[in-house]
Ligand binder design. Structure first.
Ligand SMILES: Cc1ncc(COP(=O)(O)O)c(C=O)c1O
Length: 422
């Protein structure tokens, strides 16, 4: 049934069909050092792959808490007290650490209640079918794949799934006028994982309220990075990192916010912020609450310690993150190179002049010591094929300098798309 490395499965088999559907990624993964790497060692924000050291611009550890001494040194005390792993599903029982994190999050986000589960993938798969029931889901065409998978699960439970054009409230409004079957659910990313931009939340919320729909927002990338605006803010990211809804000055009326600790907080844990009655329902209807293994103690500890760092030094870290991101964006602008990023948030996708050069550009970045995420088709539309850079508070100024030199070289060689993105 399996094909050994280097051989192709027989044409017409199910395996050959799958490989054909994923051919571009299969080819890149087989030949490009920038994908599927074995990372043997790290030193700050440098990683070693084989005998080559590279600067890591592919991690989502935006606040640098994975390397923060206060977090690292605080974890062993939790392990001594709790062991490495709670052996119960949440239905059976949860260490009090969950209660502490949920209370901290309620205050930070300003929400009525919070439920923690191990990952956003679990949350989307379990919660979207519950919220959609046998009604209608409208999903942003560029919503994260894990949201789409939740919608597919909901369809199997009787929901209808309708796609609307990316971040286009006018398109959604057109679809809402067709008298879809309630309950109505609208699913989207908060800060988008590829463009780095926030959604037109105010317009979507107005539509949701007018049509009695629930807006379901995945702010995996915004939570911890952007937050409420106001006096004393250290950067345009705002204060406290309490997510895209607070950042844009909106309320949670008709909105369910999901987010994760696996990015800015470097921990395996995720949350859904919701009214208490929905939390009560999820505690009996969401399979990951009933049956899944819980997050390891080290992750619960790093979340608690991370919340502590966020309260004391978070805005300082975000100011550093903003300054580094701006340097990259200003440099791209100087080079006349396009980027999808219009927000200054720390996700910078750089499209190529010719999508066919992706392999070559990946190899060149690797050769020059820059580790980035390759954005390949069909993961992104062909005209956005390129690479994604993610800045973190733990990247040094020298590392950003090195990146800018490599961007110069790519621009000199005519490999970067110029002008405004399409
Ligand atoms: C927007 C978004 N949602 C969900 C996920 C999945 O998160 P988790 O690892 O918590 O399942 C990711 C991970 O890349 C993501 O970018």
């Amino acid at each position: 049934m399996t094909a050994s490395p280097g051989t192709r499965p027989q044409a017409g088999t199910w395996l050959a069909g799958w490989l054909e559907a994923c051919a571009e990624l299969d080819r890149l993964q087989a030949g490009n050092p920038m994908l599927d790497a074995v990372i043997e060692e790290i030193d700050g924000r440098r990683i070693r792959v084989g005998d080559r050291w590279l600067i890591d611009f592919a991690s989502c550890n935006y606040l640098g808490l994975d390397l923060d001494r206060e977090v690292i040194e605080g974890i062993p005390a939790y392990l001594d007290r709790w062991g490495t792993h709670p052996g119960w599903s949440r239905m059976l029982g949860s260490p009090v650490l969950y209660e502490q994190i949920e209370a901290g999050l309620r205050e930070l986000l300003g929400v009525a209640d919070v439920l923690l589960l191990p990952t956003l993938t679990h949350i989307h798969a379990a919660v979207i079918p519950v919220l959609a029931s046998d009604g209608t889901i409208f999903v942003d065409s560029r919503a994260h794949k894990t949201i789409w998978d939740g919608c597919v699960a909901a369809r199997a439970h009787g929901a209808t799934v309708v796609r609307y054009a990316h971040d286009d409230p006018e398109d959604l409004e057109r679809l809402l006028r067709r008298r879809p079957k309630p309950p109505l659910l609208v699913c989207m990313d908060g800060v988008n994982s590829m463009t780095g931009n926030p959604p037109r939340l105010a317009e979507f919320l107005a539509l949701a309220r007018a049509h009695d729909a629930t807006l379901y927002v995945d702010d995996g990338h915004g939570f911890g990075v952007v937050g409420e605006r106001g006096p004393g803010e250290t950067s345009p990211y705002g204060r406290r990192g309490n997510g895209v809804v607070r950042h844009l000055g909106e309320s949670y009326d008709h909105l369910v916010l999901t987010g994760g600790f696996s990015k800015a907080y470097s921990s395996l844990l995720a949350f859904i912020a919701c009214p208490p009655e929905l939390k009560r329902l999820l505690k009996i209807a969401a399979p990951p609450y009933l049956y899944s293994g819980p997050s390891p103690i080290a992750s619960l500890a790093s979340t608690l310690l991370g919340l502590q760092v966020n309260a004391s030094r978070g805005d300082e870290l975000r100011a550093m993150l903003y300054a580094k991101t701006r340097r990259v964006l200003d440099h791209l602008e100087k080079l006349g190179a396009a980027t999808l990023n219009a927000s200054s948030f720390p996700i910078v996708e750089v499209p190529l002049a010719d999508a066919g050069d992706l392999d070559r550009v990946g190899a060149l970045l690797f050769e020059r010591g820059i580790y980035a995420t390759l954005a390949f088709y069909p993961g992104v539309p062909r005209h956005e094929v390129g690479f994604r850079l993610q800045l973190t508070a733990a990247n040094t100024a020298d590392q950003v300098d090195e990146l800018l030199v490599v961007l110069d070289e790519l621009a000199d060689r005519g490999l970067l798309r110029t002008g405004a993105p399409r």
